[in-house]
Design a protein. Structure first.
Length: 253
C-alpha cells in the first residue's frame, strides 16, 4: 500500500509531498515487516529516494521459512537437549531477524537493525515517520505497543506502551517488527534478560496474538481505531504543528 500509492502519483513533487506527510504508521502481522523496510528508506534529511522503493515489497514478501526451520531444528530442538547450543546459535526468532537484516549488516542507526531509541530520536527530529508495532501480552491478551512514539500518557486498561513496562530495556526495530508479526509456533514469545525483585527470571509476556485465534484484520482494526481515537483527541496539538497524520493499517492475510 505504501509503495503502491507512491508509484501511482504522477510527479516527483507529489511523491515527495506524500512521503513527507506521513507521520505515523501503525502495523500488525506481516504488514509490520513492510512498514519497517519502508521507514528505513528515509534519509537523514527526511527524504525518500523514490527509485529505491521498488525493493520494499520484494523484501517484505520474501520467504524466511528456511531460516525459521533451521532455527527450530538446530538451536531450539538441539538446544532443548543441550542448552549451551542456544548461547551460540540463538533461537528461531533470532534466525528470523537475521534473515530480515542479512543484506544490511552495517546499516547503522537508521537501519532496521538499529535500536528503537535511535529511530525515536529521528522521529523527534522529523526525519522519519513514527512506527507502532502492535503486539500482545501473552498472559492477559492486552495490547502492547512497541513504538517510536506512544499512545496516551496515562495507564489505560487493555493497552500498554512498551516503555511503561520495560523502560530500562531497549529492542531493535527488527525485533519489534518480529514480535508484531509473530505466528503461532513459527516465532517464539520473548522475555527480558533481567530478574525481578526476588532474583527470579522475569518473563516478558509479549507476542503477537496467534493467527487463527483472531483475524489479523480484526487485530489491526481494533488497534488502529484505538490509536486513531487517541490521535483525534490530540488533533488541536497536531494542527498547531501543521502535521498531516496518515495512519496506515497494513495487513497480509
Amino acid at each position: 500500500m505504501l509503495t503502491g500509492i507512491d508509484e501511482a502519483l504522477p510527479t516527483r513533487e507529489l511523491r515527495d509531498a506524500y512521503t513527507g506527510s506521513i507521520r505515523l504508521i501503525s502495523t500488525v502481522s506481516g504488514g509490520g515487516v513492510g512498514a519497517m523496510y519502508f521507514s528505513e528508506k528515509y534519509d537523514e534529511n527526511g527524504k525518500v529516494d523514490h527509485d529505491r522503493l521498488h525493493d520494499v515489497l520484494a523484501k517484505a514478501e520474501a520467504s524466511s521459512l528456511d531460516d525459521v526451520a533451521w532455527g527450530a531444528v538446530y538451536p531450539d530442538l538441539i538446544g532443548s537437549l543441550f542448552p549451551p547450543v542456544r548461547l551460540w546459535l540463538g533461537d528461531r526468532g533470532q534466525a528470523l531477524e537475521k534473515a530480515w537484516t542479512r543484506d544490511r549488516p552495517d546499516s547503522g542507526r537508521r537501519g532496521v537493525g538499529a535500536l528503537m531509541a535511535d529511530w525515536r530520536e529521528q522521529v523527534w527530529a522529523a526525519t522519519r515517520p513514527a512506527n507502532i508495532f502492535n503486539a500482545t501480552l501473552v498472559d492477559t491478551g492486552e495490547r502492547l505497543l512497541l513504538g517510536t512514539t506512544r499512545v496516551g500518557w496515562h495507564e489505560e486498561h487493555g493497552l500498554h506502551n512498551y516503555e511503561d513496562l520495560y523502560g530500562d530495556r531497549n529492542v531493535q526495530v527488527v525485533t519489534a517488527a518480529r514480535l508484531a508479526a509473530s505466528f503461532t509456533y513459527v516465532s517464539p514469545a520473548a522475555r527480558p534478560d533481567r530478574a525481578d525483585c526476588d532474583g527470579r527470571p522475569q518473563h516478558l509476556r509479549m507476542v503477537a496474538l496467534p493467527h487463527g485465534l483472531q483475524s489479523p484484520a480484526a487485530v489491526a482494526t481494533t488497534a488502529g481505531q484505538l490509536i486513531a481515537d487517541r490521535i483525534e483527541s490530540c488533533s488541536d496539538l497536531i494542527n498547531c504543528f501543521g502535521y498531516c497524520v496518515v495512519l496506515h493499517q497494513l495487513v497480509r492475510i
